[in-house]
Design a protein around this ligand. Structure first.
Ligand code: ATP
Ligand code: MG
Length: 307
């Protein structure tokens, strides 16, 4: 907070000691509650003869610079965290696979009563959870290079949904596809694309605890296709929306918050862009934009932007 009497003191000091202050930074909250950073400098005002006539105080709003610096700091921290995580993940994954196999062997050798079955199921599901966390961390820290191939994206989307078929049924989620053309060819890593859609579908399911609908549709826009994944879930607040792609941001007590940061990294690695729109208690729509393969432009008359 810049205090009035502090400013007076600064100016008095500048005059008295002939000692201007340089780059003092103070913070205060603006009307919207956002912190702003102000840099203060003072200087002496002299006439042509060099006699002191007064003191000047200048204010410079350096909020944007500060925000940029803190982003760079965060990236630096994440880069070293990433290297550490990648190393650790490798070391943890192998013994974990060993523990899981041994547990399964032990489970088969043990008397199959309810209590034992429950206990072993719990151990295995906790191992799977740890494995997911480690895999997510590894994918985030060091995503494997993309092997781009000509693939029909509608097929990849349908295969990803098929993989979760049982889950959709259990959670009372209905998934529909609207692909105006039979095939849309793009240059992508098929495995990574599946990871992307699995993450989006899983998030949508989590956002609809009472069940609901996921609709996937494609709109071709010249050199690009836009793939929309829309759900009828609880939506994302305006406050959280800018943070959902941040690593470790999660509102799910069981989540790691790495899903969407991996998704974003993979989309970019595959030459695409990802965007999101959401309305609380109505639903969320993710849009993935991918370049189509040259010479395979597709135009559609329909406008999907309002769906
Ligand atoms: N379709 C959606 N509807 C509502 N909120 C969503 C949706 N997708 C993402 N979110 C919000 O974004 C957050 C971050 O998503 P992200 O996939 O990165 O992590 P997560 O699902 O919480 O954990 P995990 O690491 O297991 O994926 C979620 O916790 C949720 O708050
Ligand atoms: Mg997720």
């Amino acid at each position: 907070m810049i205090l009035y009497h502090e400013l007076i003191e600064l100016l008095k000091n500048t005059l008295k000691e002939d000692n201007p202050v340089k780059n003092i930074v103070r913070t205060f909250s603006d009307e919207s509650g956002k912190s702003r950073f102000i840099e203060i400098n003072t200087s002496l005002l002299k006439n042509e003869e060099g006699n002191i006539k007064g003191a000047l105080c200048s204010f410079n709003d350096i909020t944007e610079r500060k925000e940029f610096e803190s982003k760079i700091d965060k990236i630096d921290r994440l880069a070293s965290l990433g290297e550490l995580a990648a190393g650790l993940a490798h070391e943890i994954r192998n013994p974990l696979a060993g523990i899981k196999t041994s547990t399964q062997v032990l489970a088969n050798r043990t008397e199959q009563n309810d209590a034992n079955v429950l206990l072993f199921d719990k151990i295995i599901s906790e191992i799977d959870r740890m494995n997911k966390l480690i895999t997510d961390l590894l994918n985030f820290a060091k995503p494997p290079a993309s092997r781009l191939e000509k693939r029909d994206i509608t097929k990849i989307i349908r295969e990803s949904a098929k993989f979760l078929e049982e889950h959709f049924r259990k959670c009372k989620v209905n998934i529909t596809f609207n692909f105006p053309l039979k095939e849309y060819f793009v240059l992508v890593d098929g495995y990574q694309m599946k990871q992307i859609f699995l993450n989006l579908f899983m998030n949508a399911i989590k956002a609809m605890p009472e069940g609901g609908r996921i609709s996937v549709y494609i709109a071709a826009k010249g050199d690009f296709i836009e793939i929309y994944v829309r759900d009828t879930g609880k939506g994302i607040s305006q406050e959280n929306l800018p943070r959902i792609f941040d690593p470790f941001f999660t509102t799910d007590p069981k989540g790691t918050g790495l899903g969407l940061s991996v998704v974003q990294k993979l989309v970019i690695q595959n030459g695409g862009e990802i965007d999101v729109k959401s309305e609380l208690n109505k639903g969320t729509t993710f849009c993935i934009k991918l370049p189509v393969i040259r010479g395979e432009k597709s135009y559609e008359k329909e406008d999907f932007s309002n769906r």
